[in-house]
Write a new protein. Sequence first.
Lengths: 213, 244
Amino acid sequence: MIILVNGNEQADYAYLTNKMFRIRAKVFHERLKWDVNVVDGLEKDRFDQENPLYLISVDEVSGNVRGSLRLLPTTGPNMLRDVFPILLPPGEVVESATIWESSRFSMEPGAETPEPGRLLSSVTGELLAAIEEVGLLAGLTEVVSVFDARMVRIFRSAGCPALIIGRPQRIGECMTYAGLFEISETARDKIRAACGITGSVLEPQSTRRLFAA
Amino acid sequence: MVQEDKSFNETIDRIDQIQKKSEFEIVLADTLKRYDLKSLAFMGFNIGALNKSEPDILVTYSQEWINHYRASDYLEVDPVVHQGLKSILPVDWSNFDRRDSRVRSLFNESREAGLGNQGLSIPVRGRHGDMSLFSLTCEANEQEWSTKKRNYIRDFQTLAVFFHQSVLRTYTNSELQIQLTPREAECLHWAACGKTSEETAMILGLTRRGVRYHIENIIFKLNAVNLAHAVAKGIHFRIINPPR
């Protein structure tokens, strides 16, 4: 299930958020070797201070954090405009009330391996389905994201290919893309079908607490 | 659906064309009618001057209600403001915890002041620490609300951002425009033309000290750090228009 946490509630949800930052350190620092800042085993950047919305995947049985991503409105500070403008043609920005940015999509190493008979792991499916659900609740039309080749394959398997915008660039060791994902009931249902998900993946209490849905 | 789109597009255009502060209330009142609402409220933070303590407020409801709200210190307990500014997600008022007696009186009294029984708030985040909360209320039973809410969120997510940007544009401009006296504007103009205070004094028939005095005021009023900064701001906000 997915628990929603606001950036400014980190202190109240320290267990969940610290686990999340720890997994991010393992994924982005240790495995992908991105140039990220890790302090005490936790990976955080300046966008974590912009009160993003975290979508955290938690194992329903064990309570363990399995993965996460974060959402930021494109009207405010965000990575595509402030860190990766090179991915878009000069002078072009993605800035819309109905487009949010997803970043730091990550999961516990091993959790990205699909279960037998599936194209995607349950954590990947859950996170993607959650983006669609939250997007629909917030009245979004698209989510924009900066991602690498590994993610392109994931999105294809999930039945939600990204619309690549701008020009892919080699940044460090990876080809890096900016892409738009449609937010719609159709897209949500496609992802659910591809990942064997029935019904909402959002944990009702946290959803109610934040969105008051 | 076609009708709804027309309404939406017209509202966007109206908001986008706002030039003066006085137009906001008219546009809000128009939007209220178009969408069959009971109230609309915009609350902006860090608009214009950063770290301003008071939010900028534009509303469709009565001054009496505003006064009563202030006198009762409802800001302290108002879940709309507290919950609305916490997250990037829209907030549905029907899920607020109303066990606190002051919160209950706030909502009961708001009904008497003409606000609807259902409410929705949409937070907007700008690029430079500016943020706002756009709230609407309407009259609807629970069933109607679940459908209406979805439509409102879809349209007002965008309308709220346009409104925010319109306020930002108008406030930052007009606040500065009304501040300079004609004499100050003249001094700034000649500074922008490359004149020293001595030369400006000669052109305007003032003493050098008089010009310096005006320039200090200009720097203060434009919240600039020095005269060069004030000139840049003056051109940017079109207070002066020196020859190229």
